[in-house]
Design a protein around this ligand. Structure first.
Ligand code: HEC
Length: 133
């Protein structure tokens, strides 16, 4: 009888230990993923991620993080002379032609806050990604 009680206690203790280990390691995994993506994945992120997937063959190493950077740049750099244009209103060809023109206009006007080539590319990629159906 005593043996059975000891055995079931040990079994219980073993289960408990396993459970604790599993849950702490899964928390770690979630934390790492969150850091990598720079944000938790909301439903909006999932939608943006699927857009990013569509253009991955076009833009080498494209990521949700870079897409978001492009979005922020667009929303802060492109509304100083006119309101923001709807990214879906122009085609890939149009954005490829318009972005460099607008960047050079912007750099002429605001020589203190020059848009560099890397930021220009991020904005262009964001706008093209948005324009693809
Ligand atoms: C220095 C002021 C200025 C800034 C900054 C600026 N724009 Fe413009 N944008 C203009 C002017 C002026 C026009 C209208 C004349 C033209 O099309 O050249 C225009 C027109 C546009 C058009 C319509 C073009 C067409 O052919 O219908 C788009 C799209 C556009 N801008 C996008 C952007 C984007 C993207 C950025 C950020 C990279 C930006 N603009 C920043 C001044 C600016």
């Amino acid at each position: 009888m005593n043996k059975i009680i000891i055995a079931s206690f040990l079994l219980f203790a073993a289960c408990k230990t396993t459970k604790t280990t599993t849950s702490s390691s899964s928390t770690k995994t979630t934390e790492t993923k969150t850091e990598e993506a720079n944000d938790g994945l909301s439903s909006k992120d999932v939608e943006m991620q699927s857009k990013v997937e569509k253009v991955k063959s076009k833009f080498e190493n494209y990521s949700l993080a870079e897409f978001k950077e492009g979005k922020t740049l667009y929303e802060t750099k492109c509304n100083t002379c006119h309101s923001l244009k709807n990214p879906t209103s122009y085609s890939e060809e149009k954005w490829t032609a318009i972005v460099p023109k607008m960047v050079s206009m912007s750099n002429k006007k605001y020589s203190t806050s020059i848009i560099n080539a890397s930021d220009e590319e991020k904005m262009k990629r964001y706008l093209i990604t948005m324009s693809i159906k």
